[in-house]
Design a protein around this ligand. Structure first.
Ligand code: CO
Length: 210
């Protein structure tokens, strides 16, 4: 059996199990999704949003990319964000990074990774903003861990800089923004940065006409 065929077999078993637990399981989900959460996470296969939060299909709207970035020219992210905020009306947005993130690790080197350079260039900027704090940490692993936390913090700030979030804050006082880091060693999430709806940011980023 090819490895991918195992996925199809597992899918059949999963669907059967769900139906045996609750014959209406799929019927309930088919017509409507009303998740309270948007998850912006790393593509890393070890950090699956639903599993680590114990949530079911229908509960979290998910966007994942390398190193859980919020990049203002990324139409994919912006489309997900607009849909989540304006149509699904999520109450919370979670940016979840993880210790040991290869994307952040790569950004901290001088290696040329080809097209990925353009993506992780944004993480190099995070290092530049926080160089004074990060560069004095004596241990390389601790430096990387702190960069992973600071990257999450900067991506939460990037969300707050968008007109989509500012408009929602002004009109409806939602959503709250949360920055979390997942630890691969013990499976636990550490909250590291919070921006409740309506938080003021550096005024240069605040739009006056929303
Ligand atoms: Co990662």
């Amino acid at each position: 059996m090819n490895s991918y065929e195992r996925l199809l077999l597992e899918n059949k078993a999963w669907a059967k199990e769900k139906l045996s637990d609750d014959p209406n399981y799929f019927n309930r989900l088919v017509d409507v999704q009303s998740p309270d959460f948007l998850w912006i996470g790393c593509s890393d296969s070890r950090v699956p949003a639903n599993e680590i939060t114990g949530t079911q299909p229908g509960e979290i709207f998910v966007h994942r990319n390398i190193a859980n970035m919020v990049v203002h020219t990324d139409l994919n992210l912006l489309s997900v964000l607009q849909y989540a905020v304006e149509v699904l009306k999520v109450k919370h947005i979670i940016v979840c990074g993880h210790y040991g993130c290869g994307g952040v690790k790569a950004a901290m080197t001088n290696h040329n990774f080809g097209i990925i350079n353009k993506w992780i260039r944004n993480i190099k900027d995070v290092h530049r903003f926080h160089r004074e704090e990060v560069d004095i940490i004596p241990n390389e692993e601790a430096q990387l861990n702190r960069m992973i936390e600071l990257n999450v913090q900067e991506q939460v700030l990037n969300l707050a800089k968008t007109s989509i979030i500012q408009k929602a804050w002004k009109e409806r006082q939602v959503p709250d923004l949360h920055g979390w880091v997942y630890d691969l060693h013990d499976g636990l999430v550490k909250p590291i940065y919070e921006m409740p709806a309506g938080t003021h940011i550096d005024e240069i980023y605040e739009f006056d006409d929303l």
